[in-house]
Write a protein that binds this ligand. Structure first.
Ligand code: KIV
Ligand code: ZN
Length: 546
């Protein structure tokens, strides 16, 4: 029961977000997101569920070492805690500890369900056995790691009196954070306020060294409201994801909670350590990596969140910004200086701008970025931060190139059959060429790529949009594909195996090229996962798995 004015932001984009079907990221992408989360100022990064697979464990281990240590953060105080999730059993807890122990501030987060429905149908355990297991497993986790978090899963539908007992045992066994999940997004803000209030007041052994945390799902669209209600009741940790990604309707969105606390500071009187100017950037990064688009009207980070179409609104805005804007777009990193670069800008200007945007590139990377920048500057007069962001994502934040686009020629229009000739460099270094006819230029291109790659998959989603205004804008394409052979992973909570969905992203001033890149990007992820899963190749970090 922390009684201060600081709300810790516990980001679970890489665990609850990534575990949701369709949000798969490669190990390198997870590491990159973790670096950005640290820069954003989150207090805790839940880096994954190490027991899910050797690859998940390795990704968490790498994040703990690289992001969870002072050398990689501005100062020691800003180094985030790195947490790993574990079911309440020794094997999971051992794996979580193996993964996080390299961090300066490691945390084991263990959980067990406490609602009657879950205990009876999922766990098939009596309430007394649940209490005993929590006590034993929190004790075990504490014997390994000083910082232990416990979550009674489905707390939103659990009997409050039973929760007080379970949480009291968790405190006795050494847990210092008690996280209260509304796992199925069932509660209302008033109910959730009362639940947290009751837990703080009635749990035996509750003291100032215990942080009560809230973790809400958005099934009824109430996740942010419930999280804020829990915070008003005294919770001082909020578990959130970037863009609100997560199981089903998602988790509470980081940007909504942070901006609500900031914008309505007089109401809450609470602070977070988040550098809000980076919210828009991390939102795009996560969307690019997962292939999950942000709806245009999404609060804070949607493309329309600060757009004023209606004439009456525009008129008001021109008279005074505050008539229709409760936050300034600059506060969340939208429409920032957009220092414009052009054809004549040099390497140093590009390096500086990218560094200001949070991308520190080494010399080799800068060479590549500069070449792409010049190529674009030949076609597009002014290059904005949004263009640079897309270029960097396209060039650097993508999985290892198993297949790489080496050439593309498409003919289409009303005079003939859309035909694509595709050249791809394969993992063997050989360049493969294929030709295909399709219903349109993208279909023809994808068919030709399929002929080379030969990995059966289903295209679930294809989206294209222009990054900036104007006819010369860069086109950005995101796709989501699913393997027909089913590369499976396990969900931490339901323990159900599901077939992963892979997102791909590509940017180019030619949208067919962007489409090809996005598809190859997603296929590369799928191939890496399938071959790594089978222990046939090294993972993104060069470690042999399997
Ligand atoms: O929603 C949930 O209950 C969870 C727990 C594992 C914290 O994600
Ligand atoms: Zn959850």
């Amino acid at each position: 029961m922390a009684n201060n004015n600081y709300v810790r932001i516990f980001d679970t984009t890489l665990r609850d977000g990534e575990q949701s079907p369709g949000a798969t990221m490669t190990s390198a992408e997870k590491l990159e997101v973790a670096h950005h989360l640290a820069r954003l100022g989150v207090d805790i990064i839940e880096a994954g569920f190490p027991a899910a697979s050797p690859d998940d464990l390795e990704a968490v281990r790498r994040i703990a070492l690289e992001v969870g240590n002072p050398a990689s953060a501005e100062s020691e105080a800003r180094v985030p805690v790195v947490a790993g999730l574990a079911r309440a059993n020794k094997a999971d807890i051992d794996k979580a500890w193996e993964a996080v122990q390299g961090a300066k501030k490691p945390r084991i987060h263990t959980f067990l369900a406490t609602s009657a429905i879950h205990m009876k149908h999922k766990l098939k355990m009596d309430p007394e056995d649940v209490v005993q297991r929590v006590s034993e497993m929190v004790t075990y986790a504490k014997s390994l790691c000083a910082d232990v978090e416990f979550s009674p899963e489905d707390a939103g539908r659990s009997e409050p009196e039973f929760l007080y007992v379970v949480l009291g045992e968790a405190i006795k066994a050494g847990a210092t954070t008690l996280n209260i999940p509304d796992t199925v997004g069932y509660t209302t803000p008033d109910e959730f306020f009362n639940l947290i209030d009751g837990i703080i007041k009635k749990t035996p052994g509750m003291h100032n060294g215990i942080t009560v945390s809230v973790h809400c799902h958005d099934d009824l669209g109430l996740a942010t409201a419930n999280t804020l209600a829990g915070i008003r009741a005294g919770a001082r940790q909020a578990e959130v994801t970037v863009n609100g990604i997560g199981e089903r309707a998602g988790n509470t969105s980081l940007e909504e909670v942070v901006m609500a606390l900031k914008t309505r500071h007089p109401v809450f009187g609470l602070d977070t350590g988040i550098e809000t100017q980076q919210l828009s950037r991390i939102s795009k990064l996560v969307s690019n990596y997962t292939g999950i688009l942000v709806q245009p009207n999404k609060a804070i980070v949607g493309s329309n969140a600060f757009a004023h179409e209606a004439g009456i609104h525009q008129d008001g805005m021109l008279k005074h910004q505050s008539t229709y804007e409760i936050m300034r777009p600059e506060d969340v990193g939208v429409n920032q200086t957009n220092l414009v670069l052009g054809k004549h800008s040099g390497r140093a200007a590009l390096r500086n701008r990218l560094a200001e945007m949070g991308h520190s590139l080494d010399d080799v990377e800068l060479d590549k970025a500069f070449a792409r920048f010049k190529e674009l500057a030949d076609r597009k007069k002014v290059i904005t931060d949004l263009d640079l962001e897309a270029l960097v994502a396209d060039e650097f934040y993508r999985p290892r190139d198993v297949y790489l686009l080496n050439g593309l020629q498409v003919t289409c229009g009303t005079m003939g059959m859309p035909t694509a000739t595709v050249r791809l460099r394969g993992p063997d270094g050989v360049v493969h060429t294929q030709v295909a006819i399709g219903t349109g230029p993208v279909d023809a291109t994808y068919k030709a790529i399929d002929l080379v790659v030969n990995v059966p998959c289903i295209l679930l989603e294809f989206n294209v949009h222009a990054i900036t205004e104007g006819i010369d804008a860069l086109g950005e394409v995101t796709v989501r594909i699913q393997s027909e052979d089913g590369s499976m992973t396990m969900d931490a909570q339901s323990e159900v195996e599901y077939s992963r969905v892979y997102g791909g992203h590509g940017a180019d001033s030619d949208i067919i090229v962007a489409s090809a890149k996005a598809y190859i990007n997603a296929l590369n992820k799928l191939i890496i996962a399938q071959t790594e899963g089978a222990g046939k190749v090294k993972n993104d970090f060069g470690v042999m798995l399997g």
